[in-house]
Ligand binder design. Sequence first.
Ligand code: SF4
Ligand code: SF4
Ligand code: FES
Length: 459
Amino acid sequence: MVEIIVDGEKFSVNEKGNLITELKKHNIEIPHFCYHEALGVSGNCRMCLIEVVGQKRPQIACDTPIKEGMEIKINSDLTRAVQRGILELEFINHPLDCPVCDQAGECDLQEYYMKFDKQDSQVSLADKVRKYKREDFGSGVIHDAERCVLCRRCVRFTQLCTNSYELAVGGRGEHSHIMLMNGKKIDNPYAGNIVDVCPVGAMTSADFRFKKRVWHLQKTPAICQGCERGCAIWVDSNKAKYQDSIIYRFRPRENSVNGYFICDYGRYSYKDEQIIKRDDSAKISALALDLRSNASKYDILVSSSLSIEEMSALKTLASKFNMGLYGFSDFRDESFQDEIGLKLRVPNKTANRIGLIKLGLDKNLDKKSSNLIIFHLGKDFEFASKFEFDNVIKIGSNQDADIVCASSYHRDGHTLNIDEKLRFSKGVFEPISPKICDIVSELMGQRVEFDINILKAFA
Ligand code: SF4
Ligand code: SF4
Ligand code: FES
């Protein structure tokens, strides 16, 4: 660590780090477009120019080595003047269509303009260079060339992260634009991240476009349940007055497990996780009544999608009524694993296989069970078809279930990922359907308490 001076104040920073990232840790913002922590330095946008004491000209912060005692000025007249100059350049041909742009509210260009610029445009709309407004780039990515600031983050993502090289810069000068390499559409399982890395509204999501203004979205930190990598995500949802809550999108949440990205399978899995409105309380009461006298005729089968809390509640239920308890974790899909690129996706498509094993529940149902209660979440009910049984009660978070419960995104829960890392997912909003732990409590006739020491042992 070394000490540097920023606007007269001393800060301790890592001399091997990047100035933009290091100062961000101290809540100091240096505006930038092309630099991205996962994509490295490109040095093409010049938005990060700052005054460095002792240097004749402003320097780009993204590529200025950190040195002990160096002094920089973020709020000086010179720094502000170059920032305004770069923004003026960016706005020459920008269409200024913020009112209809999906990025509005989370657009770096819009934010920098409001913070550092606020000049009137010198170029009339009629004189601006016009480009494509909605080009289908494939894999759910729609490109608006007029809004592009040519930072090349998208191009570098396909080069450095997915090694798929689908994008390039074509044309010259003010006619430069992002294009599909050889006209071939984007085709990689991480394409949604291209929309995320774009700092402006030039790469938009076909799935999210025009659905909701981002400032109306509630952002909840959660864990993707798509596979046992357990990527950190933001669940963006909204609850309008007198209406049910709706999940609008999943986005990557920066984390040591998944870095800055998630896969498209996980990203769009939010569609399987909407609230199902159905009142199955009578069925729960009937089952609770039957368990009082006939519990031993039932076996319980647990999916590896359930959380540690849910699995542990089911262990308590089975032991109270002396029921057979089995688990199932074989949701393998070998084709889901990546050979190249980010390699986040792993073959087992449930979030808590390791948790199931650690809790001693990975015990395959090896007999013909006449009365089976299956607890499952999301789409994982397909596994049940592998078993023979006469009478099955499905308790799960999809339409096919006999008793509908809250999905994995509507309850708090822990899982253990493929590397045995404990992952915590926060429930997005109060579900309409009961959570699995509440159903278990009702079946038991008493509140089932979770032993926190179980988590401590896994932490
Ligand atoms: S489309 Fe977005 S990410 Fe790509 S170069 Fe343009 S502004 Fe940068
Ligand atoms: S890699 Fe797995 S956990 Fe990560 S986003 Fe994709 S499906 Fe979800
Ligand atoms: S962020 Fe430094 S030049 Fe673009």
